[in-house]
Design a protein around this ligand. Structure first.
Ligand SMILES: Nc1nc2c(c(=O)[nH]1)N[C@H]1C(S)=C(S)[C@@H](COP(=O)(O)OP(=O)(O)OC[C@H]3O[C@@H](n4cnc5c(=O)[nH]c(N)nc54)[C@H](O)[C@@H]3O)O[C@H]1N2
Ligand SMILES: Nc1nc2c(c(=O)[nH]1)N[C@H]1C(S)=C(S)[C@@H](COP(=O)(O)OP(=O)(O)OC[C@H]3O[C@@H](n4cnc5c(=O)[nH]c(N)nc54)[C@H](O)[C@@H]3O)O[C@H]1N2
Ligand code: SF4
Ligand SMILES: [Mo]
Length: 858
C-alpha cells in the first residue's frame, strides 16, 4: 500500500500523517511538528473516512439534485438579495477547518466582488482575542513562537490551556523535554485540575477570569524588584509607565490565589530568563479576553522575553487552519494577507490586484452579531461553510431560531445530518479530509500540504471549487476560473508580493519558487527566522506597545459554567464520533462538579443534573470530582441534538462577548443546577442506529454498533414495544426480565441466534458493565446469561476505556496497579496502555496517583 504524505485535519499542532486508502494511518517521521507521533484522534483517522452519513449529492429542500441546479439557485438567491437589499444583506460564515485555498476564495468573493465584509468564521469563537491582543501589542497579528521554544524553555506557563487533551503531541514534546531536563518547570493556570495539570509542578487554580489580576500582579512585581529589561524597553517598547501604573492599581489577590502562591510564581518568573507563556481558550473565550492577552504580552515585552529561543508568548491555535484563515484575512474585520481593511491604500492595492468591481470599506458583522442580524431579519441569504453554528455558538437555540429566520440558507458540509444542515434550504456536498488538496498553517506558522489519497465520493466537490462555481454564476467568471488549488495558492503568494510595499509580518516570498505538489512543511517568513529577534515590531514607529489593562471585578455567582473539550472528541463529533475507539473514552455528556457542591444540591455519582441559565437548559451526567473548583462546573462542548436529547451545553451559554475582539465568553457564566429525577434510567446497546426520544439520551458508536445512555420521565407501559421503537429492532425474539421489588427491567433481543440489542432500566442509575454488555452484541451468548449484564466469569470487566489505542479499561489498569505495576513503564509493559500514541499517559499518571492516595480518589 503506497502511503500519501498529508496533514492531520484536527488540531493546530498540524501533525504530518502518512495515509493509505485502506485506512492505514501513521505519523510522518519527517514532519517537524510531530516527528512521527500522533495522538488518539490522529491515530483513529482511518476509522472516520467511511461514507456512512456522508452528504453525497447537492440537496434542495431535502431532495437530491444536480450541481447545476443547486449552484444556479445559490447564485441567483445571493444576487437577488444583493440587488434588492444591498451587499450587506448577505453573509458567509466560514471555518478554520477550510483549507487556505478555500478560505482565500470565499474571502475574495465576499470582500472584493460582493463588496461586503460579512464573512466571519468560527475563529471568532476561538482566536479573535489573540488576534486583537497581538495587533494592539505588535501592530500585527504575529505569533512569534515555535514548537522548539517549548523544548528549550526553562519555565512554561500554560494559561487556560488543556494541552494534554487539546494539543496532545505538543504536550508530549514538552513532557519529553521535561524528562530530559528535570529542571524545567511547568506552571498550569486553570480554574480546574485537568490532565495537563498532572504534568505541572504548580497548579495555580485562578478564579474564572482572574488572569488579568495574576499577570498585572506579575508586572507590578517585576517592576518592584527591578526585573524589567530597561534597555529593551527603551529601544523597542512604548507604554511601560502607564501600564505598570495600571498593573499596580490591580489587586493581585483578585486572581483568587493566595499571597504565597503569587509570591512563589512571581519569584520563579522573575528569576527565569527562558519563559514561554502558552495560552488558549481559557484566555481567549472571555469577556476580557483581549485584555488577558495583553496582560500576558505586557510581561514578556517589559522583560524582553520575546524574540529569543526558548522565550516568548505563544497563543496556540485550535483548528488545523486557524492560522491560515487569519493569513488570508477570513475575519469580518480583516482584508486579505494581513492587510488592513481600514486603510484605503491597502484596499486599493487589493482591489487592483483582484481587478475586482468593488471592495468592502467597513468591517462586517462578527459571528455573534451576524446571527443576531439573522434573528432580526437583516440577513437575506446566508452560506455556512465547514462549521456547525447551531451547536458551537453560545445561546445555540437562539442561533438555531435565528438561522430559521433567514429566507435562504445554504451549507457546505461533508455530512448530511448536522444540527445546522437541518435548518438549511440547500446542502452542498464537500470533499473531506483525504479527498481534498490544499494547504494548512499550524500554530507555529508552518504551511503544510493536505493531500488526497481517496477519490471524491458521490458528487462531492472541494470547497474552493464550490465557491468559485457560485462566483462564476454571479457574473465573476474571470476572477474565479481556478482549475486547481495550486493556482489559488500561487495567487495568494502573488498578492503578498504585489503588496510588499506595506510593511507587515506576513511574508510568503519563500513560497514563490516552491513546487506546490512536492511542498514540504515550511514556516513563514522562513524556516528558523525568528520574529522580533531584532526588536523590530510593526507599529509605525517600529516599537511594540504595552497596553494598560484593568482586572475585571469578579462576579460572584453561586454556580458558574465552564466549557471545553474531551481528549477523544472533536467539536460537534461529526467525524470523531464515527470511531468506536474514540467514543469509548467519555461516552456521554457530563458535568464536573466539586463534591461539596454535589452534596449541597443532593447529587450522587451517576445522577443527572439539570443545568440552567437565562438562555436554556441542558441535562448532564454528574461527574463528582475534586478536580472541579467549588462553585464551578465544567461541561464538554461536543454533544449535539444529533447525539443527545438535552446534552448541548451551548443551549445554556450566554452570547456575551469581549468588547474589543467580539469573541464570546464561553468559559464562564451564571447557571443554576438541580438534580433531575427521571422515572427511570436506562442503558441500551444495539447493532442498528437507535433513535431515542427520551428526556435524556446520549448516543455513541461502539465496537459492536451503538450505545445509548438514557432516562425517561414516563414509565412505559410496554417496555418491549418502547425498546423496539428506539433501537429499531423490529424482528427478533425478546426476553424480558422484570423485578418488581427493585423496579428493574432487562430485555434482550435475539435475531438468528445472535444478540441484536440489550436493554437495562432501573429507577436509579443503571449499574451494569457497559463494556461487557457492548461486547455481547452480535454474539451467540444465551439471552438469559446476557441479561445478567456482567462479563462472563472468564472475561473480567475492563471498565471505561482509558487507552483508546489498545482498548485498555480503567478496571484492567487498577488491577495491574494493585498487582504492583507502579509506574507508567510498568503499566505499559503489562497492559500496553500508553505505549502507542501516549495520549492517555496523563490519565495513567492520575490513576497511579489515585491508587497511591486513596483518599484523593473520586
Ligand atoms: N481533543 C480535542 N482537541 C482539540 C479540539 C477538540 O475539539 N478536541 N479543538 C481544537 C480547538 S478548535 C481549540 S480552540 C483548542 C482549545 O484548546 P484549549 O483551550 O486547551 O481547550 P479548552 O478545553 O477549550 O479550554 C482550556 C482550559 O481553559 C480553562 N479555563 C476556563 N476559564 C478559565 C479562566 O478564566 N482562566 C484560565 N486561565 N483558564 C480557564 C478550562 O478550565 C480549560 O481547562 O483545542 C483544539 N484541540
Ligand atoms: N461552549 C463552547 N462552545 C464552543 C467552544 C468552547 O470551548 N465551548 N469552542 C469554540 C471553538 S474554539 C471552536 S473552533 C468552535 C468549533 O465549532 P464548529 O466549527 O461548529 O465545529 P465542527 O464540529 O468542527 O464543525 C465543522 C463542520 O464542518 C464539517 N466539515 C468537516 N470537513 C469539512 C470539509 O472539508 N468541508 C466542509 N465544507 N465541511 C467540512 C463537519 O462535518 C462539521 O459539520 O466551537 C466553539 N464553541
Ligand atoms: S496532536 Fe493529534 S489532533 Fe493534533 S494534529 Fe497531531 S495527531 Fe492531529
Ligand atoms: Mo477553536
Amino acid at each position: 500500500m503506497s502511503l500519501t504524505r498529508t496533514t492531520c485535519p484536527y488540531c493546530g499542532v498540524g501533525c504530518g500523517v502518512l495515509a493509505g486508502a485502506d485506512g492505514t494511518i501513521k505519523g510522518d517521521p519527517d514532519h517537524p511538528a510531530n516527528f512521527g507521533r500522533l495522538c488518539s484522534k490522529g491515530a483513529a483517522l482511518g476509522e472516520t473516512i467511511d461514507l456512512d452519513g456522508r452528504l453525497l449529492h447537492p440537496k434542495i429542500g431535502g431532495q437530491a439534485t444536480d450541481w447545476d441546479t443547486a449552484l444556479d439557485l445559490v447564485a441567483r438567491k445571493f444576487s437577488e438579495a444583493i440587488a434588492e437589499y444591498g451587499p450587506d444583506s448577505v453573509a458567509f460564515y466560514a471555518s478554520g477547518q477550510l483549507l487556505t485555498e478555500d478560505y482565500y476564495v470565499a474571502n475574495k468573493l465576499m470582500k472584493g466582488f460582493i463588496g461586503s465584509a460579512n464573512i466571519d468564521t468560527n475563529s471568532r469563537l476561538c482566536m479573535a482575542s489573540s488576534v486583537a491582543g497581538h495587533k494592539r501589542a505588535f501592530g500585527t497579528d504575529t505569533v512569534p513562537g515555535t514548537f522548539e521554544d517549548l523544548e528549550k524553555a526553562d519555565l512554561i506557563v500554560l494559561v487556560g490551556s488543556n494541552l494534554a487533551w487539546c494539543h496532545p503531541v505538543l504536550y508530549q514534546r514538552i513532557a519529553a523535554a521535561k524528562e530530559a531536563r528535570p529542571n524545567m518547570r511547568v506552571v498550569n493556570v486553570d480554574p480546574r485540575r485537568t490532565a495537563t495539570t498532572d504534568l505541572a509542578d504548580t497548579h495555580l487554580q485562578v478564579a474564572p477570569d482572574g488572569d488579568i489580576a495574576l499577570f498585572n500582579g506579575l508586572l507590578a512585581h517585576l517592576a518592584d524588584v527591578g526585573a524589567l529589561d530597561q534597555d529593551f524597553v527603551a529601544n523597542h517598547v512604548n507604554g511601560l509607565e502607564e501600564t505598570v501604573q495600571a498593573a499596580k492599581a490591580s489587586l493581585a489577590t483578585a486572581s483568587g490565589l493566595t499571597s504565597l502562591e503569587l509570591a512563589e510564581f512571581y519569584a520563579l518568573w522573575a528569576g527565569t530568563q527562558k519563559v514561554v507563556t502558552v495560552y488558549s481558550q481559557g484566555v481567549n473565550q472571555s469577556r476580557c479576553g483581549t485584555d488577558k492577552v495583553n496582560a500576558i504580552l505586557n510581561c514578556h515585552l517589559a522583560t524582553g522575553r520575546i524574540g529569543t529561543p526558548g522565550c516568548g508568548p505563544f497563543s496556540v491555535t485550535g483548528q488545523p487552519n486557524a492560522m491560515g484563515g487569519r493569513e488570508v484575512g477570513g475575519l469580518a474585520n480583516m482584508l486579505a494577507n494581513h492587510l488592513e481593511l481600514g486603510d484605503p491604500a491597502h484596499r486599493d492595492a487589493v482591489q487592483g490586484f483582484w481587478q475586482s468591481p468593488t471592495i468592502c470599506t467597513q468591517p462586517g458583522l462578527k459571528a455573534v452579531d451576524l446571527f443576531d442580524a439573522c434573528a432580526k431579519g437583516r440577513i437575506k441569504a446566508l452560506w455556512v461553510m465547514s462549521t456547525n453554528p447551531a451547536v458551537s455558538l453560545p445561546d445555540a437555540d437562539g442561533v438555531a431560531a435565528a438561522i430559521s429566520k433567514v429566507p435562504f440558507v445554504v451549507t457546505s458540509d461533508i455530512m448530511e445530518k448536522t444540527d445546522t444542515n437541518n435548518l438549511a434550504h440547500v446542502l452542498l456536498p464537500a470533499t473531506g479530509w483525504g479527498e481534498k488538496d490544499g494547504t494548512v498553517t499550524n500554530s507555529e506558522r508552518r504551511i503544510s500540504r493536505q493531500r488526497a489519497f481517496l477519490p471524491a465520493p458521490g458528487a462531492a466537490r472541494p470547497d474552493w471549487k464550490i465557491v468559485s462555481d457560485v462566483a462564476t454564476r454571479m457574473g465573476f467568471a474571470a476572477a474565479f476560473a481556478y482549475q486547481k488549488p495550486a493556482e489559488i495558492f500561487a495567487e495568494y503568494v502573488a498578492l503578498d508580493a504585489a503588496t510588499s510595499q506595506f510593511p507587515r509580518d506576513l511574508d510568503l516570498s519563500i513560497f514563490a519558487d516552491k513546487d506546490y505538489v512536492e511542498l514540504i512543511p515550511t514556516q513563514w517568513p522562513a524556516n528558523n527566522r525568528r520574529f522580533f529577534a531584532d526588536g523590530q515590531f510593526f507599529h509605525p514607529d517600529g516599537k511594540a506597545r504595552m497596553i494598560p489593562v484593568a482586572a475585571p471585578a469578579l462576579t460572584q455567582t453561586r454556580f458558574s459554567l465552564n466549557t471545553g473539550r474531551n481528549r477523544d472528541q472533536w467539536h460537534t463529533m461529526t467525524r470523531s464520533g464515527k470511531s468506536a475507539r474514540l467514543g469509548a473514552h467519555l461516552a456521554e455528556p457530563y458535568v464536573e462538579i466539586h463534591p461539596d457542591d454535589a452534596a449541597a444540591i443532593g447529587a450522587k455519582p451517576g445522577d443527572l443534573i439539570a443545568v440552567e441559565s437565562l438562555y436554556g437548559l441542558t441535562i448532564l451526567r454528574a461527574l463528582i470530582t475534586p478536580r472541579a473548583a467549588p462553585g464551578q462546573f465544567f461541561a464538554p462542548m461536543h454533544w449535539t441534538r444529533q447525539r443527545s436529547s438535552s446534552g448541548l451545553v451551548n443551549c445554556v451559554t450566554a452570547p456575551v462577548t469581549d468588547p474589543v475582539s467580539g469573541q464570546p465568553a464561553l468559559k464562564s457564566g451564571p447557571v443554576t443546577a438541580q438534580v433531575h429525577r427521571p422515572k427511570w434510567f436506562g442503558f441500551l446497546a444495539c447493532a442498528a442506529a437507535p433513535a431515542p426520544q427520551t428526556t435524556y439520551a446520549a448516543v455513541a458508536r461502539t465496537q459492536t454498533g451503538w450505545q445509548v445512555e438514557m432516562a425517561g420521565d414516563r414509565r412505559p407501559s410496554d417496555w418491549e414495544a418502547e425498546v423496539r421503537a428506539l433501537s429499531g429492532v423490529a424482528e427478533g425474539t425478546a426476553s424480558l426480565h422484570t423485578d418488581l421489588a427493585t423496579g428493574t427491567v432487562r430485555l434482550a433481543f435475539t435475531e438468528g441466534g445472535l444478540i441484536s440489542a440489550l436493554f437495562f432500566a432501573s429507577p436509579s442509575p443503571v449499574v451494569v458493565s457497559r463494556s461487557a454488555v457492548i461486547g455481547m452484541i452480535g454474539t451467540d451468548i444465551a439471552a438469559s446469561a446476557a441479561l445478567a449484564g456482567r462479563p462472563p466469569a472468564d472475561m473480567p470487566d475492563a471498565g471505561a476505556t482509558v487507552c483508546a489505542c489498545f482498548n485498555v479499561g480503567r478496571n484492567t489498569l487498577l488491577g495491574a496497579i494493585s498487582q504492583g505495576a507502579g509506574s507508567l513503564a510498568a503499566l505499559g509493559a503489562v497492559t500496553y496502555a500508553g505505549t502507542n500514541c501516549g495520549s492517555c499517559k496523563p490519565e495513567l499518571r492520575s490513576l497511579l496517583a489515585e491508587a497511591k492516595l486513596p483518599m484523593a480518589a473520586e
